[in-house]
Design a protein. Structure first.
Length: 463
């Protein structure tokens, strides 16, 4: 056990897992998905999915990891169900795919910090020029991957834990300050209305799918990241309450990121919220709208606040990229008995190369920037990679709960959850988890996966 590394205590695990969950998904992706999804109705579905469907999946992943003390593939072998290790294989593939494009965007964020810190305050006015400058964003992506590799090579407790302890609270504090500022701006209320007052006519198959995909992505579920982190967790820790905390922290941070962004959008557009529905607004929201507001603070203060914000965003992304790289690395270390440092170097290099098309997908190459035909129109490589990965997470999530409930058997899951949780067997939460993993999650995830898949990739709308 010691040779694999372990978290020094429960707080270490919680912070690392929450660090994995909280990232670009909350601050960059969530607001623009809400925008594209039409606002508050999307937010409502997202919250419902997080607590009803995702929380039980999270508990299950962590339990499988802690029970077996193995990586995402080894865990299934170790339980005696080798046939089911396809879930882990799929997860590792998915993690590699996610990290390949995630690293590109994390590089953008880190680049923003750097540019603003050295005085290039107006970087956001030329966002398109910036993302199509391959040498520049390529260099930032290299640096970001090196940071990630550095922390993963140090192992779970040395690197990830210590980082998360300082930086997560700082980020939350800063977002709160920005929410406070945003709410004082003219037209802020229009933004809040869009964000919090649901318009039920906005609910379509693609919003339902978007909310579900976002919930899985944001909570880092469905690919064994939490099996891997759970494998470093000690037997005396309470899985259920840890998972509850992680879910609340992740959802809470996404929620306040929305409170920060939408008033700013309303402010920038004189109260007109239609901008967030155009796909143009998507990825640019955090990289154009938000810095635009920093500019109103004036060059000195604005550049300082901007640089600091993007520094913290980069750290949030880093605790997520670390968890993404940890999944394939822990597999290679456990099963191929490779030295951790060698494994990290090789896997990081491979993922960086796979990420090259995503790097070219925002202006640098016409081909990668828009020639992929999808039902909603043509799209770029990065968006396609992200959509495919998200969809795979749902698939993985379905199989993880179904496996736990019917193959491994739920009695074994409950037994694992009861370790470190006195009174689990008599608790209401046990009844909820039991019902959720036996019926609600498998049934709804199967149905929704099929609907989402047909809708996203073939434009077929069964609802
Ligand atoms: N949840 C992270 C975010 O919101 C991204 C992430 C990290 C992730 N590890 C993951 C997503 C594992 C899915 C699976 O930014």
């Amino acid at each position: 056990m010691a040779a694999r590394g372990a978290f020094s205590n429960r707080l270490g695990f919680i912070l690392a897992a929450a660090g994995s969950a909280v990232g670009l998904g909350n601050i960059w992706k969530f607001p623009f998905e809400v925008g594209l999804g039409g606002g508050a109705a999307f937010v409502g579905m997202y919250l419902l999915f997080c607590f009803l469907l995702c929380f039980p999946v999270m508990v299950t992943e962590v339990a499988i990891g802690r029970k077996t003390q193995k990586n995402a593939i080894g865990a299934f072998n170790s339980l005696g169900f080798k046939k089911w290790n396809f879930i882990g294989k799929l997860g590792i593939f998915c993690g590699i795919l996610i990290l390949s494009f995630y690293n590109v965007i994390a590089g953008w964020a880190f680049g923003y910090f750097f540019e603003m810190a050295v005085g290039n305050f107006s970087i956001s006015q030329n966002f398109g020029v910036y993302t199509s400058n391959v040498l520049k964003v390529g260099a930032y992506a290299v640096v970001f991957m090196l940071f990630t590799a550095f922390f993963v090579s140090k192992g779970v407790s040395g690197g990830i834990e210590r980082l998360a302890k300082i930086l997560m609270p700082s980020l939350i504090f800063m977002i709160f300050c920005l929410v406070g500022y945003a709410l004082t701006l003219p037209n802020a209320f229009e933004g809040i209305k869009f964000y919090l007052v649901p318009d039920l006519s906005e609910i379509t198959m693609s919003t339902v799918g978007g909310a579900l995909r976002q919930a899985f992505f944001s909570l880092s579920l469905g690919m064994g990241a939490l099996i891997t982190y759970g494998s470093y967790l000690s037997k005396s820790d309470n899985i259920v309450s840890s998972a509850a905390f992680i879910t609340l922290a992740d959802v809470g941070i996404a929620f306040i990121a929305g409170l920060m962004i939408f008033p700013l959008v309303a402010f920038n557009n004189g109260g007109d919220m239609s901008l967030v529905q155009s796909s143009q607004a998507g990825p640019a929201l955090i990289f154009v709208t938000l810095p635009g507001v920093f500019e109103t603070l004036g060059a000195g203060l604005g550049a300082f606040v901007g640089a600091f914000f993007f520094l913290l965003l980069s750290f949030a992304a880093l605790t997520s990229t670390v968890s993404l790289l940890e999944v394939p690395v822990s597999y290679v270390v456990d099963e191929w008995k490779l030295d951790r440092k060698v494994a990290v170097g090789a896997v990081a290099l491979l993922i960086f190369i796979i990420g090259l098309p995503s790097m070219l997908a925002n202006g640098a190459s016409g081909f990668f920037s828009g020639s992929f035909t999808m039902p909603g129109g043509s799209t770029d490589f990065l968006s396609l990679a992200a959509l495919s990965a998200d969809t795979l997470l749902l698939f993985g999530g379905f199989f993880i709960v179904t496996f736990a409930a019917y193959v491994w058997k739920k009695e074994n899951l409950h037994e694992e959850l009861a370790e470190g949780f006195d009174g689990y067997h008599a608790s209401f939460v046990k009844t909820f988890i039991d019902f959720a993993i036996s019926y609600v999650c498998p049934v709804l995830l199967a149905i929704l996966f099929v609907l989402v898949f047909l809708n996203n990739f073939f434009g077929i709308n069964l609802l």
